[in-house]
Design a protein around this ligand. Structure first.
Ligand SMILES: C[S@@+](CC[C@H](N)C(=O)[O-])C[C@H]1O[C@@H](n2cnc3c(N)ncnc32)[C@H](O)[C@@H]1O
Length: 244
């Protein structure tokens, strides 16, 4: 797979091939490469999502379920309905195993594609996306399908909460961020996990990903009415809250 354009023209499920081969070290690599910050940021996003007391919540592109596990642990409301969707069966298997051991609120896992989700319009009060918005939007030929699919399943005034890598504004921090991506993520991550192409794609897409201004524009152009961005660690990552 080419790194610069990991999506092949005409592919109905861009990136699918990359995510059906999951390294056994997937979660460990996330913790190592972010020094545990990824989990802290997911938890923060989950808290922001639950602050509006949603009843039905969907974690899209749930992967191994880290975000939905936070949603579950933070859900004291017994009526909350938690769903988690991903198109990769191996990712979902890992998520289900984790949930069996640690979930507080039951989670309904579903195998599916963000472009064609089997839910009625406005079914969810809130949707979360942990480190997957980049996958859905970075030079992805199906970006518009994904965004309209997400918008469709959120009710009026409901929220989409995204946590994603971003672009630091400070030049020195930007330089260090890019160096870190190239050296640690692409090379070390690829070498330890044995999944070189996947980690090269991760580093390349993070280095070239859009600024918060562009992300806001993208969400507003695709039907969201308000978008707020909250930078994390000088802009290395950000949380976005978009209202339908
Ligand atoms: C980088 S992982 C992020 C996983 C998880 N949300 C987290 O916080 O670590 C991206 C996930 O998105 C899933 N994914 C990518 N495109 C998708 C699509 N179109 N529909 C459903 N899942 C998708 C992949 O299978 C993968 O599990």
């Amino acid at each position: 797979m080419g790194v610069k354009n990991a999506h092949t023209e005409g592919d109905r499920r861009p990136l699918y091939h990359m995510f059906v081969h999951v390294p056994t070290s997937y979660d460990l690599m996330n913790r190592l490469l972010t020094l545990g910050l990824d989990e802290r940021w997911r938890k923060k996003a989950a808290k922001i999502c639950l602050a509006a007391s949603p009843t039905r919540v969907m974690d899209l592109c749930t992967g191994t379920g880290d975000m939905v596990m936070h949603l579950s642990r933070l859900s004291k409301n017994g009526n909350r309905e938690l769903h988690a969707l991903d198109f990769s069966p191996p990712m979902l298997n890992l998520a289900r195993k984790k949930a069996k051991k640690k979930a507080f609120t039951p989670i309904r896992f579903i195998e599916g594609d963000v472009a064609s989700m089997p839910y009625g319009d406005g079914y969810f009060d809130a949707v979360t996306l942990g480190f997957a918005f980049r996958n859905l939007t970075f030079r992805n030929p199906r970006t518009v399908d994904y965004l309209s699919g997400i918008l469709r399943i959120i009710r009026e005034d409901g929220r989409l909460v995204i946590v994603e890598t971003a672009q630091p504004g400070n030049r020195l921090l930007k330089f260090l961020f890019r160096l870190y991506m190239k050296v640690f993520v692409a090379r070390l991550g690829g070498w330890i996990s044995g999944h070189r192409a996947a980690y090269r794609y991760l580093a390349y897409s993070a280095i070239h990903y859009y600024t918060p201004v562009k992300i806001k524009e993208l969400l507003l152009q695709n039907g969201f009415s308000r978008v707020e961005a909250y930078p994390l660690m000088g802009g290395i990552a950000a949380i976005y809250v978009a209202v339908k």
